[in-house]
Ligand binder design. Structure first.
Ligand SMILES: O=C(O)CCC(=O)C(=O)O
Length: 294
């Protein structure tokens, strides 16, 4: 039988070169159905007070409904966020011995939802080092019609870490127009059910609008190499919640080790509440309701 390490090896070469890769059959269809239902339920619970229609939302929110750290307040989602196969695959693609969770998030692009504007992820994260990877899991697969992802191949090697304000797309820099990227079109990746698309934190990426009649249901996990340190004061709950200072290793209950872990062992969610951090957006269900053990 092929080990996961053997299965991932050719994809790792592709990931190092392109900064993204889609690995088929990492989750069984039974898992996809079960975890898809768990994330649906978690998103509905988080969004129970938000009755706005798509057109009443900000342009950023018209790209997707975003619910962060479902692993904390949704026990049924926790085994997906720390899924041993996906976490090991992420570590092997990155080529590191251990990874931590930065955060998870559901990204549900509603029917009629607009494109996801092109950006790199790393500038939103106050880390000094850049061994970071996102696992993007579409519960219904992804297609050109429903909002598949596109990546600029090799953009993670361009030596660029550029903040794009996708929260206000009206004013945002068009990163695709930069000299480094303007001649390299995005590679669009349609992922089958059970497949997981991975991208590096420095890879320029975007997603198509959802022209279908159903929500594009996606859960993602962002991982970073264990030993990574805080690089700047840019606010982020994954460091601010436990007072991680510049230069300190990012190591706290909100960023637990994702791989390696003992079989069946899931981390406990942090008991320190998110408090007033991001109070302005907490009311729309973006962050966990309250700390909960199980
Ligand atoms: O799912 C999307 O539309 C965008 C995802 C994304 O930007 C990310 O996972 O970094």
């Amino acid at each position: 039988m092929t080990s996961l390490a053997e299965k991932i090896a050719p994809y790792a070469a592709q990931f190092r070169r392109d900064g993204f890769v889609m690995v088929p059959d990492l989750l069984s269809l039974e898992e996809i159905d079960r975890y898809g239902a768990a994330v649906d339920e978690a998103v509905a619970r988080r969004k129970r007070f938000d009755h706005r229609e798509l057109r009443q939302k900000s342009l950023y929110e018209q790209s997707f409904i975003q619910c962060i750290n479902l692993w904390e307040d949704s026990p049924a989602v926790r085994p997906l966020t720390f899924h041993p196969v996906v976490c090991e695959a992420a570590a092997r693609l990155l080529g590191v011995d251990a990874i931590r969770l930065w955060h998870d998030q559901a990204l549900y692009k509603e029917a009629g939802g607009r494109k996801t504007d092109p950006h790199q992820d790393q500038p939103y994260w106050p880390m000094r080092e850049t061994d970071t990877i996102t696992a993007w899991i579409p519960f219904d697969g992804s297609s050109h019609a429903t909002g598949c992802m596109g990546y600029i191949p090799g953009s993670h090697l361009a030596g660029l870490k550029k903040f794009v304000n996708i929260f206000q797309p009206e004013e945002a820099l068009d990163i695709l127009a930069l000299p480094q990227f303007k001649d390299t079109p995005p590679e669009w990746i349609e992922a089958p059910r059970g497949g997981v698309a991975f991208h590096h934190g420095l890879t320029v990426h975007l997603a198509k609008p959802n022209r279908g009649s159903h929500t594009r249901r996606v859960h993602t996990m962002i991982f970073f190499r264990d030993g990574t340190t805080r690089g700047n004061q840019f606010p982020h709950f994954a460091v601010d919640r436990f007072g991680i200072k510049i230069g300190d290793a990012i190591d706290s209950p909100v960023t637990p080790i994702a791989w390696p872990r003992a079989a069946g062992d899931l981390p406990d969610p942090p008991t320190v509440p998110i408090g007033d951090l991001h109070a302005n957006i907490q009311k729309i269900g973006m962050f966990p309701d309250a700390p909960r053990k199980n």
